[in-house]
Design a protein around this ligand. Sequence first.
Ligand code: NAD
Length: 433
Amino acid sequence: MNICVIGTGYVGLVSGACFAEFGLNVTCVDKDKTKVDSLSAGNSLIYEPGLNELLNRNLKEGRLRFTDDLKKAMEQSLVIFIAVGTPSDESGQADLTDVRQVAADIGRYMNDYKVVAIKSTVPVGTSRLVESIIRENQAEEHSFDLVSNPEFLREGSSIEDFMRPNRVVIGARNERVMAIMKDLYRPLYLIEVPFVVTSNETAELIKYAANAFLATKISFINEMANLCEMIGADVHQVARAMGLDQRIGPKFLHPGPGFGGSCFPKDIHALSHISRALDYDFKIGEAVIQVNRRQQELMVAKIESLVGNPDNRKIAFLGLTFKPNTDDIRDAPAIFIIRELLKKGAGIKAFDPAGMDNARKILPEVEYAGDAYEAAAGADGLVIATEWNQFRNLDWNRMKGLLRQPVVADLRNIYEPARMKELGFIYSGVGRQ
Ligand code: NAD
């Protein structure tokens, strides 16, 4: 089967390369010519474990190609995936500019029956909107079906997540298109991945519901962490004991500086916006947003209480990305915290294994180091903001010699408080003594 994927970001590129790995003929389309050229040459431009290998293998075996010519890509494709970005606008709602643009182009270039599958995370009702935009733009009438096929992959483990997902959600309005989608995902059927087949609107809501729930779990444990600090309790033990209850489960109970990334913040804002438009007061969603912002502010206060007045202090940051194994810094807590400290007059020297190229574009005032020790040299305190494996076994004796004050704010709780104190550090994690 020939398919095309529009948008070669984290979702579109990984989906395209994985579908090619399933044996399909895939054309990936992006409006960014530089990206297209780089991808055609086998360089993914984004940091994602295993992606370059997958990309090059499928390019070489001729199942994967890249272009900025949507018309040509569509001609031979039965299924067209939309995987463009849907960022938040200033009001918090999903900005559908790119989705609308792509829908208009799809309508314009349609030459035969097509299945149009929306992989981007979009508000409920978007499949109807895309359907009507396609229809309005068709030069000749061709039939088509709209599928809502939200994506659940996580950056940092996206290939494994695509190849072995917990579930595949397909929202569609008729049997014919369901059969085509099942054919497309046949390798996942064979490994018994559960399929949730439903209406387009339900599929659209499922994605937001899942992300909002995960964000809620994080904000909940962060509130417990804050209480632990006041009570003198240990949030790791609270989380562990909670997680052993099978009704709760251990995942997403890690306290830290608040959630970030390109999905949770924007999706929970979008779901709140959807609710407001329906005149429904989504109280939990609003609270999760507030708790997350407060958590990031509390981290700034924590750093200040350890390091002292930030004015003219030098603070070392380890980690800029919102999680390890990605170069994505969109809405990363580290970025918010650094900006606040810069406003207060601090100088920041940072190191991140993959995120520094992206960070340089939005934080030119930060000094970037070649490794963790270079970042720490001469600093008044060290902040661990992302739990990269590279930061889990630092040489603390060496660090102590480099730092001006032996101060560590471990916002990801990767070290043991007692051990750090033994080593002579003024140390604080999140929600631990
Ligand atoms: P991204 O910003 O990394 O990539 C979007 C790509 O679309 C860019 O390369 C851009 O050039 C391209 N594009 C925009 N308009 C285009 C057009 N008219 N024609 C061709 N290409 C166009 O986005 P992403 O992180 O891959 O996210 C895509 C969607 O998937 C979003 O809705 C997001 O919420 C959702 N999602 C993301 C993740 C994730 O982890 N990043 C996970 C699940 C779902």
